[in-house]
Ligand binder design. Structure first.
Ligand code: BTN
Length: 179
């Protein structure tokens, strides 16, 4: 099969996986704790920068055109202008940075943990800045609601994403060349 068609199919499959993980949510104030960051992290770790980011873009596109793929089965372009819109945009940069770090170093557990922690912080920063403006709150309130509660769970999910991602990446490399 043509390499780019194979990449597109993989990206679409991982977009569907992110949509499923997005439905694992625990309410934590205005922003829910979700499985999204775990799925975004392992997607970028498995697929690398280009195909990983394609997967995120497909996921976002599906949500913006109305499929209920966002946390709590939300959908539509309106989500972008709500309190969680910044995290969704942040996922693009998370994927770019995770993939770039791994491609510039090597796909090892150590670098995957570093990359996923940096990636998680990026989506939290994006999300919190967006939250400040779209919920019309103060900087302190935005970071208290959108950043600090997610640091510890974010670290745990980053380590898990690195472990899952590198394990699957190594196995897939036997049959695919996706990055
Ligand atoms: O509306 C959505 O689908 C986006 C939800 C974003 C939740 C953010 S992602 C970063 C942080 N970590 C979590 O587990 N939840 C928030």
């Amino acid at each position: 099969m043509n390499i780019s068609l194979k990449s597109m199919i993989l990206a679409a499959e991982f977009a569907a996986i992110i949509a499923i993980f997005s439905q694992f949510t625990i309410p934590l104030g205005i922003i829910p704790l979700t499985g999204q960051t775990l799925a975004v992290g392992f997607t970028a770790t498995i697929l690398g920068r280009r195909v990983g980011t394609q997967a995120i873009l497909i996921y976002l596109l599906l949500g913006f055109i109305g499929l209920p793929v966002f946390a709590g089965m939300k959908a539509g372009i309106g989500v972008l202008f709500g309190p969680t819109g910044g995290y969704l945009i942040g996922f693009i940069f998370t994927s770019l940075i995770v993939g770039t770090i791994l491609e510039k170093t090597d796909f090892t557990y150590f670098w995957a943990i570093v990359a996923n922690i940096v990636g998680a912080i990026i989506s939290l920063i994006f999300g919190s800045i967006w939250l400040k403006f779209f919920s019309d709150s103060t900087w302190l309130a935005a970071f208290t609601g959108g950043f600090f509660p997610f640091i510890l769970p974010g670290l745990i999910k980053a380590v898990a994403a690195a472990y899952i991602g590198i394990t699957i990446h190594k196995r897939m490399k036997l049959s695919y060349s996706v990055t």
